[in-house]
Design a protein. Structure first.
Length: 641
C-alpha cells in the first residue's frame, strides 16, 4: 500500500497508533501542533508541525491521495474542524475522528459521509469490563450478532487443564485456539497450533470464544476466581446482611431521637405493667391498649373507674405521653428532612460476595458499569463526588453507590471488595488507581484487580514487577480500534500475539471475487494464513453475499483487502493407490478434474501421475487431504520443482 495514512495528533493515543501503523508496514505522515520533545521516536516518519486545520498543511501531507486520515487530538473542536477541512480537500478519503462528546459521536458519522467517529471511553470500557469478567482479554467483538472475546490463558502449576489436549479444551469450552506458547515447542500461531498438543504448566494459550465460556475457562487455568456462594450460604449471608443493616441504621440515628424513643418505650412498658398489676386492666394486652389510648388519642380517661392515686397516674400519663409524642414526632420529622433515612436503611444493598466493585464514575467507569449490568452482574460503585450526575442513573439501573474515597481501605471493606469477583479501578488518576489496586490486594491477595491507566509504560511495569497483570492502558486499548477503522466496519478489533499484529475481520464474498468466491474455508486458511470463527465444514465452498468472520495477521489481510489472488503454482500428484480404495479415489479425481471415467482410469494406471495443476497452495493441500482420507499416497509439488 503506497498511499500514506495521515495521523493528526501525537498524544498518548497518537503515539500508539503510529507504532501500530509502522508495525503493519503502512506509510504515515504526522501533523502535530508542535514538534514533540521526543522527536527521535518518529524514526524517520515525516512530521508537519502546525495547525492541522490549515489546508496548506493537509495538502503538504498528501491528503489528496491519502489512504485515510486519523484525527486523534484531545480537543473535539479541533478534531471536527480538521475533519471538515479534510473532507473539503478530498471528498472520498476515509476519516477516523476521535470524539469525546457522546451527542456528537452519535450524529457526526451520519452527517458527514465516509467518516467514522470513535470515543476512547466507548472503546475501552467493554475491554475493562470483560477483563473483570474473565481475566486476560486481548480483544472483544461481535460476530453474527454474538459477543466474542479473545483472551490469553496462562496454565498454572495446579491447573485442571494440565495433561489435556488443545482440541479437548476447545471442545469443552466452545472456544477456538489462536496461539500457543510452549517452552518445548515455542510459539505457534493460528493454523500452526497443533490440536493434539498437550498443555503443561506455564503454557500460554490464546483462545477466542463467548464471554460466558471463557469465564469458565479462565479459572480453570489461573485458579484465582472466587466461586459463587451456594444457596444455603447465600441465604445465611442475607440474614446476616439484614442484621448488619438494622444495627447500622440504629447507629446512624441521632442521639436525641434514640433517647426520646427509649423514654417513650420505657413509659409505655411501665404503664402497661401498672395497668396489669393494679387491676386497672384485665390483662397485659388490655393494659397496653389502655396506655396507647391515653397517650396517643383523645379517648375518655374513664374517671369513674379509677380511685385515688389511679386518677393521678392516668393524668400524668396523659400529660407526659403527649409531651413525648410531640418531641418524638418533631425529631423524626427533622431526621427525615435531612435525608438520612436512605443511608440508614442501606436502600441499595451491597452483596455479600460475587459482585463487581467499580471505583470512579467518569466516562470510562460509567460505561464499565453499564457493560457489567448488561451481563446481569451485581455492581457496587464507589464515587467520591455526590454531585456526579451519573449516580442517579446507576442507581436506577440497579447498582449500589457509595459516596466516599475509594483510596480508603474502610470504604473498600464497606463495598466488600475482598469477597467480590473483581475490583475495577477506573478513576482518571493513575496514582489513585494504583493505590486502589494495592489496597484491594491487601484485602484479598488473590483478588482480580483491573486497573485503568493512561501510561503504557506504567501499565507494563505493573504487570511485570507488581504482578498486577490486568493493568490496562487506555492508549494501548483504543489505538488498535482507530487503526481498524481505516479499513471500514469490516475490522472488529486489532490485537497483538507474540509481538505480531492480528485482526478480527468480517469478509463479504462478492460475485466473481478472485479471493473468496467459490473457495473453501480450508484453502483460504492455508493461502492467507487466517482462521475462520465458527468455521464449520472446511470443504464447504463460499457463495456470493456470504459473510465470514476471520482472524488473521494484518499483513496477510492486506492481500485479502486488495483482493490479491493467491499464486496458482501448485500441483497434486498421486504416488500410489490401494486396490481396496481405488474406486473412491477415482471418484475424487474425476469430480475434481472434470474427467470422464476413461480418462480417470488412464491416469491411475500410470502412477505416479499428476491429477491436477495450477492450484493455490490451499487448494492443493485440500485435495491432498481428501485423497489421503481414501488411503492414497499423495504429494504436493511447486511448479518450479
Amino acid at each position: 500500500m503506497s498511499e500514506p495514512v495521515i495521523l493528526c495528533g501525537l498524544g498518548k493515543i497518537g503515539w500508539r497508533i503510529l507504532e501500530l501503523l509502522r508495525a503493519a508496514g503502512i506509510p504515515v505522515v504526522v501533523i502535530n501542533r508542535d514538534r514533540p520533545a521526543d522527536e527521535s521516536r518518529l524514526a524517520g516518519t515525516k512530521l508537519i508541525a502546525g495547525d492541522m486545520r490549515e489546508t496548506a498543511h493537509l495538502a503538504s501531507a498528501g491528503v489528496a491521495s491519502a489512504r485515510g486520515v486519523l484525527i486523534v487530538t484531545s480537543d473535539d473542536l479541533v478534531n471536527i474542524g480538521t475533519a471538515l477541512a479534510v473532507r473539503r480537500l478530498n471528498p472520498n478519503v476515509r476519516i477516523v475522528v476521535r470524539v469525546f462528546n457522546p451527542v456528537l459521536l452519535a450524529r457526526l458519522g451520519s452527517a458527514v459521509g465516509n467518516m467514522h467517529a470513535l470515543s476512547v471511553s466507548a472503546l475501552t470500557a467493554p475491554m475493562l469490563a470483560h477483563s473483570a469478567l474473565t481475566g486476560d482479554v486481548l480483544g472483544a467483538f461481535e460476530a453474527n450478532g454474538k459477543r466474542k472475546q479473545i483472551a490469553k490463558l496462562v496454565v498454572a502449576d495446579d491447573s485442571a487443564l494440565i495433561g489435556k489436549t488443545i482440541e479437548t479444551v476447545a471442545r469443552e469450552f466452545n472456544a477456538l485456539p489462536l496461539a500457543l506458547h510452549s517452552q518445548s515447542s515455542g510459539d505457534r500461531l493460528l493454523g500452526e497450533v497443533p490440536p493434539d498438543a498437550t498443555l503443561g504448566a506455564g503454557d500460554e494459550l490464546v483462545m477466542c470464544g463467548p464471554p460466558a465460556d471463557l469465564g469458565r475457562l479462565m479459572p480453570a487455568g489461573h485458579g484465582d476466581d472466587l466461586d459463587d456462594l451456594p444457596p444455603g450460604v447465600r441465604w445465611a449471608g442475607r440474614v446476616r446482611r439484614f442484621s448488619r443493616v438494622f444495627w447500622r441504621a440504629m447507629r446512624e440515628i441521632d442521639v436525641a431521637l434514640q433517647i426520646c424513643a427509649l423514654l417513650l418505650l420505657t413509659v409505655v412498658a411501665l404503664s402497661t405493667c401498672i395497668y396489669a398489676v393494679s387491676g386497672m386492666a384485665d390483662s397485659v394486652p388490655d393494659g397496653l391498649y389502655r396506655t396507647i389510648s391515653v397517650i396517643a388519642t383523645g379517648a375518655d380517661m374513664r374517671a369513674d373507674n379509677y380511685h385515688g392515686w389511679q386518677k393521678t397516674f392516668v393524668s400524668f400519663l396523659r400529660i407526659f405521653g403527649a409531651l413525648l409524642t410531640a418531641a418524638f414526632t418533631a425529631i423524626v420529622t427533622n431526621y427525615l428532612l435531612r435525608a438520612r433515612l436512605g443511608g440508614a436503611l442501606e436502600f441499595r444493598q451491597i452483596p455479600e460476595a460475587g459482585h463487581f466493585v467499580v471505583c470512579g464514575l467518569g466516562n470510562v467507569g460509567f460505561r464499565v458499569v453499564q457493560e457489567l449490568l448488561k451481563s446481569d452482574e451485581r455492581v457496587v460503585v464507589i464515587e467520591r463526588s455526590s454531585a456526579n450526575p451519573r449516580i442517579g442513573t446507576c442507581r436506577r439501573l440497579g447498582a449500589a453507590v457509595i459516596i466516599a474515597e475509594a483510596t480508603m481501605v474502610e470504604v473498600l471493606r464497606q463495598a466488600r471488595a475482598g469477597t467480590s469477583r473483581a475490583v475495577v479501578a477506573a478513576t482518571s488518576d493513575d496514582l489513585a488507581n494504583l493505590e486502589i489496586a494495592l489496597l484491594a490486594r491487601e484485602l484479598n491477595a488473590r483478588q482480580r484487580v483491573v486497573v485503568r491507566l493512561n501510561d503504557d509504560a506504567l501499565a507494563e511495569t505493573l504487570r511485570d514487577v507488581a504482578d498486577v497483570r490486568l493493568a490496562l492502558a487506555l492508549p494501548g486499548l483504543a489505538a488498535p480500534a482507530f487503526v481498524a477503522a481505516l479499513y471500514g466496519d469490516r475490522v472488529h478489533t486489532l490485537f497483538r500475539i507474540h509481538r505480531r499484529m492480528l485482526a478480527a475481520v468480517d469478509l463479504l464474498v462478492q460475485p466473481n471475487d478472485p479471493c473468496l468466491d467459490g473457495q473453501t474455508l480450508g484453502a483460504l486458511a492455508i493461502d492467507y494464513g487466517l482462521v475462520a470463527i465458527k468455521a464449520g465444514d472446511e470443504s464447504r465452498r463460499l457463495k456470493p453475499g456470504e459473510t465470514i468472520t476471520v482472524v488473521a495477521l494484518l499483513s496477510n489481510l492486506e492481500r485479502v483487502f486488495r483482493r490479491e489472488p493467491a499464486p496458482a503454482e501448485w500441483s497434486v500428484e498421486i504416488v500410489n493407490v490401494p486396490a481396496v480404495t481405488r474406486e473412491q479415489v477415482e471418484s475424487v479425481v474425476r469430480l475434481e478434474g472434470g474427467l470422464t471415467p476413461e480418462e480417470t482410469a488412464n491416469i491411475l494406471n500410470q502412477l505416479p501421475a499428476k491429477v491436477k495443476s495450477s492450484l493455490t497452495r490451499g487448494q492443493a493441500e485440500q485435495l491432498k487431504a481428501r485423497l489421503e482420507r481414501e488411503k492414497a499416497e499423495v504429494r504436493v509439488a511447486h511448479a518450479n520443482t
